[in-house]
Design a binder for this molecule. Structure first.
Ligand code: AMP
Length: 122
């Protein structure tokens, strides 16, 4: 499968669709999920065109990989949910069909601000 340039997160990255931005640097963009599942529900996406975590790890440079994963912790800290200054949070990344991925641009969900509950309910 090739990267779909018209997915909604690609449009957000190109500035064609607005987002409620939390954090941005050379490697990542973070914004609030439009359909929050917990008190705090943020998304963190890499700036490069990667479909999912497997695609990212196969094609991204080491710098991009480090920049992305460090970016996730920077966002958590900015939101006050990181383990050092807050009470923790959950990250989820869905991959493809069985993973239930809806938007084909790599993203991690950050869920927190309250106890997020059991990992899977069904
Ligand atoms: P996933 O099922 O892991 O692909 O999750 C995609 C997420 O993107 C869902 O939680 C949606 O609510 C969220 N989403 C879709 N469109 C937007 C948007 N324009 N801005 C922010 N979040 C969005």
């Amino acid at each position: 499968m090739s990267y779909d340039q018209n997915n909604i997160f690609a449009k957000i990255l190109r500035g064609e669709v607005p987002c409620e931005k939390i954090y941005e640097d050379e490697y990542v963009l973070s914004f609030y999920d439009v359909n929050p599942q917990r008190k705090i529900h943020a998304l963190v996406i890499p700036k490069g065109n990667y479909i999912d975590l497997d695609d990212f790890n196969a094609k991204a440079t080491d710098k991009e990989i480090v920049g992305y994963f460090k970016g996730i912790s920077k966002v958590a800290k900015k939101l006050g949910i990181s383990v050092d200054i807050g009470k923790g949070y959950r990250t989820i990344s869905n991959l493809s069909d069985h993973g239930g991925q809806e938007v084909p641009h790599l993203h991690f969900h950050l869920l927190g601000g309250e106890k997020v509950g059991r990992m899977l309910n069904d």
